[in-house]
Each structure stands twice: as C-alpha cells, then as structure tokens.
Ligand binder design. Structure first.
Ligand code: ATP
Ligand code: LTN
Length: 332
C-alpha cells in the first residue's frame, strides 16, 4: 500500500519558532516522517498577509528552514520547500476563492481575531483570502493528513468542504484530508501570561521560550515566569496556571509523567522546580540551536536544499493543477 501523504505549513513570521510551535506541531511533523510521505512547507506567501519586511522575510525563511532541519526534518526523507517557489499554490488558490462563499470565509475566527487586533479597516484582503490559499496548499499535494494544532481546525474543515464541493461538481480531483488535529499535543501557554497561548506575535518575548534562545535566556525567562499562589508543585490549570504550564513543558520534553514530577517535587518550592524546568528546556534545545546556527553559516547550502524540495513539490503540484483545470473545462 502506498504511504499516506502528510502536508503541513508554518509561516516564517519570527526569527525563531517557540516551544509551543515545537511541542504543538513540529515534533509531530518529525515523527510522521517515518512511514509517511512528508511535505513540509515554509509558507512565505501566507506571511505576506501580515507586516511585509523584505530583509526580514528572507532572513526568517532561511532561519525557519535551518530550525526545521535542526529539529529533525530530513530534506532527504521529506520534501521541505518554500511556498513561493511553487507558483501552483496561487493558481489553485484562485480556484478555491471562486468556490468559497463570502459568508463562509467571513466566519473564519482567525480572520476575525487578527483583523480585530489591528482594526477592521487596516486588515488586508490577503488576510481574508488566506484560508483559501491554505486549502490550495493542502489539496495540491493530495494530502491525507495535515498535522496542525487545534487553532487550525476551522481552516482544515474549510479545506475538506472545498475539496468535497469541487469533487462533487467537477469530478473526483482532490483527496479529502482526514481530520488530524493534534489533540494530544501539548498546548503551551505564555510564561508571563499563562491565560494566553505562547505566540510568535506576542507583544513581548519575555514569556516566549524560543528555539534559538541561549541557555542563559531560557533560565532567565523561566525564573521570571508568573508565579502562582501557594508553594506546592501540583497540576491545577485553574488555580495554578503558571506551574501547570511548566509541568506540561517539563513532562513533554523529559517524558516523565506529570504525576511523577509532582511526587519528585513534593516538599520542594517553586524555585527548585523552575531551575529543573530550565535545565530540561536548555538541554533539549542546546543541540537544536547549535545545529541551526551551523546550518545558517552556509546560506547557499540551505537555498540549494530548498530548491531541491521545490523541484520535487512542483512535479506533484503541476499534476494536480492540470487535473483541476481540465475538470473545470479550461482549454489546454
Ligand atoms: P502567530 O502568533 O504569528 O499566529 P503562532 O505562534 O501562533 O504564530 P503559527 O505559525 O500560527 O504560530 O502556528 C504554527 C503551528 O504551531 C500550528 O500548527 C499551531 O497550531 C502550533 N502552535 C502555535 N502556538 C502554539 C502553542 N502555544 N501551543 C501549541 N501549539 C501551538
Ligand atoms: N495557517 C497555518 C499555516 C499554514 C498551514 C498550511 C498549515 C498555511 N498553509 C497548510 C497546514 C497546512 C498557521 O497559521 N499555523
């Protein structure tokens, strides 16, 4: 039986991915490489829906590639590429825009949230059409699985609806991706504000543990993490959101269960526990950061690797786009 195909994407919107991206999504990308045909895309065109800064975009695209490889995405096993190098994403994106209803697109909560942040008048059309481009990303590769966090559920549902609609009206063309929302994946909260998720676009990075942070910076951020009342290290998301978040992080990286950690730190204070979390995070990230920095020393090698990925991606993308055009009645 053919291997199932996995597709996922991440925006190059910051200098470093954070622990939430890693534990919530990227770790699963790495795991799914085994036994699956992985397509992993740095979605630079999606990033244009936010602030556009040319020098930053280039730097962050290469840094994203270096981090993904350092985290374990193998350019040999998987197809790692940059979205803008495969023009078929935009071509199929247009078709998806012509299938999606205005009302349907208006219900996307990510659009509502993000456009509300900057004031509805300053939101751009690209932010509105973003989910149709995302559907095109996925459908071009006939992906079976799309590993993403819970916040992307609505976009994946829309993708499934659009694929089904196309297939019904114009003939079988697209694989409808299975629901593969990473429920069990850790959801990591901001260290300073444990009520909000750790996020790249956070106004302050003090509560964001970045993959590229130095061990000193990690220790500092964890030390200053919001401290809950009481002094026992116990998991209680309501009463102790800060400590619970740190327990989740420790457990996800060390593999120790939360209950085991609670017993280990029984009778010890928050200080000891925070120091232990800082060690686990720093040790886990140390080799990843070192590998990413090494890769970033040779831009050309990284660019070459991404070109190889784009060539592989294009062959599949062309095939799907041609099928879609043919079924739509365009003259070849
Ligand atoms: P932004 O703040 O720019 O929206 P982000 O930090 O939320 O960015 P995305 O690029 O939107 O990150 O997400 C990449 C992947 O990481 C997605 O699959 C998303 O579900 C996951 N993810 C993002 N933040 C977290 C988090 N705090 N905990 C778990 N998973 C997360
Ligand atoms: N919207 C996603 C990024 C993204 C994506 C995709 C994820 C763009 N295209 C295709 C999976 C499949 C996000 O913000 N995390």
């Amino acid at each position: 039986m053919a291997m199932k195909r996995v597709f996922s994407g991440i925006q190059p919107t910051s200098d470093s991915f954070h622990l939430g991206n890693y534990l919530g999504a990227l770790k699963q990308w790495v795991e799914l490489q085994e036994g699956h045909d992985g397509f992993y895309c740095i979605v630079d065109l999606h990033a244009l829906s936010g602030e556009i800064e040319p020098t930053l975009l280039r730097k962050r695209t290469l840094s994203s590639a270096a981090q993904l490889i350092a985290l374990g995405i193998s350019p040999e096993k998987s197809t790692l590429f940059v979205q803008s190098q495969v023009p078929h994403h935009n071509q199929l994106g247009w078709i998806m825009e012509c299938l999606a209803g205005f009302g349907e697109a208006s219900r996307m909560t990510q659009f509502k949230d993000k456009s509300a942040k900057g004031g509805a008048d300053s939101a751009r059309v690209g932010l509105f059409t973003y989910p149709m481009l995302q559907a095109a990303d996925i459908l071009l590769y006939q992906a079976n699985l799309v590993p993403v966090g819970e916040d992307q559920r609505q976009h994946i549902e829309l993708t499934r609806d659009l694929a089904g609609r196309f297939n019904t009206r114009f003939g079988q063309t697209f694989t409808i991706p299975e629901n593969y929302i990473l429920k069990s994946a850790a959801k990591i909260q901001d260290l300073q504000d444990p009520a909000s998720k750790m996020s790249k676009s956070s106004s302050s990075l003090v509560g964001v543990l970045e993959i590229m942070d130095t061990p000193e910076s990690i220790a500092k951020k964890i030390k200053s993490a919001a401290t809950d009342t009481g002094r026992e290290v116990t998991f209680d998301e309501k009463e102790k959101p800060g400590i619970s978040n740190l327990l989740t992080i420790h457990s996800a990286l060390s593999g120790q269960s939360i209950t085991a950690l609670e017993s280990e730190f029984e009778g010890k204070g928050y200080g000891d526990f925070k120091a232990a979390v800082a060690d686990v995070v720093a040790e886990h990230l140390r080799p990843i950061r070192a590998k990413a920095l090494e890769l970033l020393e040779d831009d050309k090698h990284l660019v070459d690797l991404l070109h190889v990925g784009a060539v592989k991606a294009r062959t599949i993308a062309i095939e799907t786009l041609e099928k879609a055009y043919k079924n739509l009645g365009t003259v070849a």
